[in-house]
Ligand binder design. Structure first.
Ligand SMILES: Cc1cc2nc3c(=O)[nH]c(=O)nc-3n(C[C@H](O)[C@H](O)[C@H](O)COP(=O)(O)OP(=O)(O)OC[C@H]3O[C@@H](n4cnc5c(N)ncnc54)[C@H](O)[C@@H]3O)c2cc1C
Length: 527
C-alpha cells in the first residue's frame, strides 16, 4: 500500500493517474486503466455502502432516507435543501435502477424542443457505438437489440437475453403491441442467469430501483468496476477522502496537487494525469473552488462555462391503479419509445416511458408522507397490490442560467428552472391514453412522488448532467473531445458533466461508455 499523501502541503506520493470519484464515470475509468499497470489512485469521498438487511427495507431506504448522504446545497435564493446524493464507493449507481440505455443516434445531433435546442455533440453515435458495446458487456446488460425501432445500429448483441416479463407485464406488452405501439424489453444491468437459476446471484426481487443490492447482484460501479481491482497492486483506493480543490503549476497549465480532506486531515496527492469524476455538481464545485491567480474564475473556466448548462431530465413517476391485482415482483422489464421524437402529429419530442420498481406500502409512505399519513397500513398494502408503476422521462435542454456556483464558504448553489414542461405534460397524456389499451382506466392514475416529500425539482438530482460540456470550441465548452480541459494539459472530467445534452433516456451507460473511451485514450497517451 503506497504511503498516503503529504500532510504539510508537498505531495509525497506520485501516481500516473488520480481519479476523483468511483461512480459510473470514475469507477469504470479505473477498471479500464488497471490492466495498463499504471499506478492509479482512486479518491472517494464516501465509504463502502454497508451490506445489511436495511438495504432491502423500504422503511430505512424510502422513509428514513438512510443512504442519502448528509450534504446541504442552496437554491438560487439561498434556501438550503438536502440533495438526493449518495457518497459511496460506486456513487449514485449504488442506488440506481440499472436501466442501461444507449442514447438514440439523433440525440447526438441537434434536436429542436419546445423550450430550446438540444445541441449536437462533437462526436456522433457511430463514434460511441463501440464503447456502448464495451460498456454493455462490462456491466452485464440484459436486453434485446433490434426490438426498439428508435435505437441505433449495434455491433454486438447484449451479453444476456432480455429479462423475461412477468405475466402482468407480458399482458401489458401484448396489449400495447396489438394497439400499434412498439414496446421493447428494457435493458437491465443485473447479475441474473434465468436459464440457470441456481447459478444466479440475482434473486429477481422488487428492490433493484432506488435500493442498494444486499447480495451485490446489481451491476453497479462498485460491484462491477471497483471491487475487482481491490487486490491489484497498481490500484489504490482511499475512502473518506474528499477532494477539496486542485492546485496548478505557476503557469496554470498543469494540475500539480490534489488537495484532500481525509479523516479530518489535509493531504495532497500528485499525479501525471488528474481525472475528476465526482458527479456533475461536485465536479463543477471542485473546479470552481480551485480558482487561482492563473484561473481567477475557477480552474478550466476561461470560457465561463464551468457549472453552466446543468440538466437532470424532466421526469415523472406515475402509479396507475390496476383493476386486477398486480403481483409482479421485478417490474422494470418493459419500455416504450414511440413518443421519443416529434412527428405523427406531435410537434415536439416527448420522451421515454419505462416501467419502474414496484410500489409497496412503506415506499408509498416515504414518497407521500402527507397524503398517506392517516391511511391505515392495510389500505396502503391494498393500493400497492394494484399499483403499476411507470417512469416518464422528457429531455431537459441545457440553459446557461441553470448552473452550479459555489459561495464564499465553498457550498454548492444550484440555480435551476425546469425546461420542456409542455413536452413532459404531453408524454403524461400519451401514457394516460395507452393505459386504456392495457385495462387500466385513465382516471385511476396517481402522481407518484418518487423523491419523497423533498423539493423534487431541485433535490432529485439523480440524473444530474452538464456543467463541464465537451466540444471543439474552447469559447463554448470546458473539455475537448477527449474530455481533457481545453486550458490544462493533464486535467480530464469524465462523469456526466461532459454531456452537451442529456437525451431522454437514463444517463449511466453513456457515462460508462465514455469512461472506457477516455480510458483507452489515456492508455495510449501514457504509452
Ligand atoms: C435512485 C437513482 C436511480 C437511478 N437509476 C438510474 C437508472 O436506472 N439508469 C441510469 O442510467 N441511471 C440511473 N441513475 C443515475 C446514475 O446513477 C448516474 O447518472 C450515474 O451514476 C452518474 O455517474 P457519475 O460518474 O457522473 O456520478 P456518480 O456515479 O454519482 O459518481 C460520483 C462519485 O464521486 C464521489 N464524490 C463526490 N464528490 C467528491 C469529492 N469532492 N471527492 C471525492 N469523491 C467525490 C461520489 O461519492 C461518487 O462516488 C439513478 C440515480 C439514482 C440516485
Amino acid at each position: 500500500m503506497p504511503r498516503p499523501g503529504s500532510r504539510d502541503g508537498d505531495p509525497v506520493e506520485h501516481y500516473d493517474v488520480i481519479i476523483v470519484g468511483t461512480g459510473a464515470g470514475g469507477g469504470t475509468l479505473a477498471h479500464t486503466l488497471a490492466p495498463s499497470r499504471k499506478r492509479v489512485l482512486l479518491l472517494e469521498r464516501g465509504d463502502f455502502l454497508p451490506r445489511e438487511l436495511a438495504n432491502w427495507d423500504p422503511g430505512p431506504v424510502f422513509v428514513d432516507g438512510k443512504y442519502i448522504s448528509p450534504d446541504t446545497w442552496y437554491d438560487a435564493d439561498g434556501k438550503p435543501f438536502q440533495p438526493q446524493v449518495h457518497y459511496f464507493v460506486g456513487g449514485a449507481t449504488k442506488m440506481y435502477g440499472a436501466a442501461l440505455y444507449r442514447l438514440r443516434p439523433e440525440d447526438f445531433g441537434e434536436l429542436k424542443h419546445a423550450d430550446g435546442v438540444s445541441p449536437a455533440w462533437p462526436l456522433g453515435y457511430d463514434d460511441f457505438e463501440p464503447w456502448y458495446t464495451r460498456a454493455e458487456w462490462l456491466y452485464q446488460v440484459h436486453g434485446a437489440h433490434g426490438e426498439d425501432p428508435t435505437e441505433g445500429h449495434w455491433s454486438r448483441q447484449y451479453p444476456w437475453p432480455a429479462v423475461s416479463h412477468e405475466p402482468r407485464v407480458q399482458q401489458i406488452s401484448d396489449a400495447l403491441a396489438s394497439g400499434g405501439y412498439h414496446p421493447f424489453h428494457a435493458p437491465c444491468g443485473i447479475l441474473l442467469d434465468e436459464a440457470n437459476r441456481p447459478a444466479s446471484i440475482c434473486i429477481r426481487c422488487a428492490t433493484c430501483d432506488g435500493y442498494p443490492c444486499l447480495v451485490h447482484a446489481k451491476s453497479d460501479a462498485e460491484t462491477i468496476a471497483v471491487r475487482p481491482l481491490l487486490d491489484q497492486p497498481n490500484v489504490t483506493l482511499l475512502v473518506n477522502a474528499e477532494v477539496e480543490q486542485l492546485e496548478t503549476d505557476p503557469g496554470g497549465g498543469s494540475v500539480t496537487g490534489v488537495v484532500v480532506t481525509r479523516n479530518g486531515q489535509r493531504e495532497v496527492y500528485a499525479g501525471d494525469i488528474v481525472v475528476v469524476a465526482a458527479g456533475a455538481v461536485n465536479s463543477a464545485r471542485i473546479l470552481l473552488r480551485s480558482a487561482s491567480d492563473q484561473h481567477p474564475a475557477g480552474l478550466a473556466n476561461g470560457s465561463d462555462q464551468v457549472g453552466r448548462n446543468y440538466m437532470f431530465h424532466n421526469s415523472k413517476a406515475v402509479v396507475a391503479l390496476d383493476k386486477e391485482r398486480n403481483d409482479t415482483v421485478f417490474q422494470k422489464t418493459l419500455a416504450l419509445n414511440d413518443f421519443y421524437f416529434a412527428g405523427d402529429g406531435r410537434e415536439w419530442p416527448l420522451g421515454n416511458i419505462q416501467m419502474l420498481g414496484k410500489s409497496n406500502a412503506m415506499a408509498m409512505k416515504g414518497e407521500e408522507p402527507k397524503l398517506t399519513k392517516l391511511a391505515p397500513r392495510w389500505s396502503l398494502d391494498e393500493t400497492a397490490r394494484h399499483a403499476v408503476d411507470f417512469w416518464l422521462t422528457t429531455e431537459d435542454v441545457p440553459k446557461p442560467e441553470n448552473r452550479v456556483t459555489v459561495d464564499r464558504d465553498g457550498h454548492v448553489r444550484l440555480a435551476y428552472a425546469a425546461t420542456n414542461d409542455e413536452e413532459a405534460t404531453g408524454l403524461y397524456h400519451e401514457l394516460r391514453k395507452i393505459l386504456n389499451h392495457v385495462g387500466m382506466a385513465d382516471h385511476h392514475v396517481l402522481d407518484k412522488n418518487f423523491y419523497m416529500s423533498m423539493n423534487v425539482p431541485l433535490a432529485g438530482c439523480a440524473h444530474q448532467a452538464g456543467t463541464c460540456r465537451f466540444g471543439t470550441d474552447p469559447a463554448s465548452s470546458v473539455l475537448d473531445v477527449n474530455c481533457k480541459a481545453h486550458e490544462l494539459d493533464n486535467l480530464y472530467v469524465i462523469d456526466t458533466s461532459f454531456f452537451p445534452s442529456i437525451g431522454a433516456v437514463n444517463p449511466a451507460l453513456t457515462a460508462m461508455a465514455n469512461a472506457i473511451r477516455v480510458g483507452e485514450h489515456l492508455v495510449s497517451r501514457m504509452a
